[in-house]
Design a protein around this ligand. Sequence first.
Ligand code: NAD
Ligand code: WQD
Length: 358
Amino acid sequence: MLENFMKNKILVTGGAGYIGTHTCIALHEAGYDFVVYDNLFNSSREAINRVSTLIGQTIEFIEGDIRDAESLKQVFAAHHFFGVIHFAGLKAVGESVAKPLMYYNNNVSGTITLLEMMSEYDVKNFVFSSSATVYGNPESLPIDESSKRSCTNPYGQSKLAVEHILEDLAVSDDSWNLIALRYFNPVGAHPSGQIGEDPNDIPNNLMPYISQVAVDKLEKLSIFGNDYSTVDGTGVRDFIHVTDLAQGHVAAFDYLEKQTRLNESGTTQQYSVGFLPINLGTGKGTSVLELVSAFSDVSGQAIPYQFTDRRAGDIASCYASVDKAKMLLGWQAELSITDMCQDTWRWQSMYPNGYDVS
Ligand code: NAD
Ligand code: WQD
């Protein structure tokens, strides 16, 4: 963060969740102030308590829903925010197919309510949790930000719908600065082992599934397909450590802060960020079997697996072009697959039941 600048305050919606908690720590370390707003639908007070302990100060936490305009109003009236990081949302692809209205209501209507409140209080800096899912089945690799977007499930559609809303908003009024960070596959946990991903049920995603097999909570991993045209026939993804991802959010706010300062200095032409999509990934692909093998090496545990049919909707390979993040934000991922496995293993073995310590 730039020196001699007043400590800016950020509203973090969904800040009690997996990526939100890690980002709160990164914001604190970078000198930002923040308020967490979360309805705890997919998280817990325990997560907030752990973050408070890790940063050595009590977090300002408000239990509330982004669809509740009155509750949001009180929050905006009580604070002077520089901007908003918007993590709050539902994220399970399969559930979104079964409950599309719930997903559109939460992810799209909720975001509109939030943006309306920001507009009312003239808070125009916004960082949105988008996803590589907006690229659907990519035409070429690595995927850059100008690639065609298409989604096949309601979760992905809800992310794409919000991106379209942000694009229209930027066209309508150039005082908005709207960054959509398109995350690839976030994994890993805080190196302290105190916070990490805590799926409610049987995990849908690969890394938490592997780690639950490693602690014997689950018997064996099903690998969905070994006949893709990839290095070993299994799916290839761009896994990114959650603490690297968290730093990407700090870099996005540092960027917005810098633009604001340039504009306020009066020495440059007014600059509007508009709608700015940026990939957050490592740029490297890792196969399912490679991840299983790396996790087994790090943990010293066997990870039994069986090959099953491909999962509906899955693609063969997906990894990011990371040039834009590096060029604009000066950010790049630093941590390796080994780091991702080590930190996941530490969290999973210290807290096999996640935040449920009863
Ligand atoms: P998460 O479920 O751990 O965190 C989301 C948080 O939002 C939770 O704490 C939940 O309680 C809260 N929330 C949900 N609906 C809310 C509402 N209506 N009002 C207030 N709070 C609400 O998920 P995460 O993995 O931390 O993901 C954060 C964001 O990043 C989500 O928007 C997700 O779609 C997006 N994303 C996640 C991934 C991933 O693989 N984890 C990948 C790409 C994008
Ligand atoms: C990775 C690879 C699976 C589980 C999802 C969402 C995406 C984004 C990130 C939010 C694939 C294989 C998985 C298992 C397996 N989330 N796999 N056995 O599908 O790339 O992306 O999370 O935005 O929108 O779709 O991640 O971890 O589910 O799968 O073989 O039990 O692991 O087939 O090749 P995915 P994933």
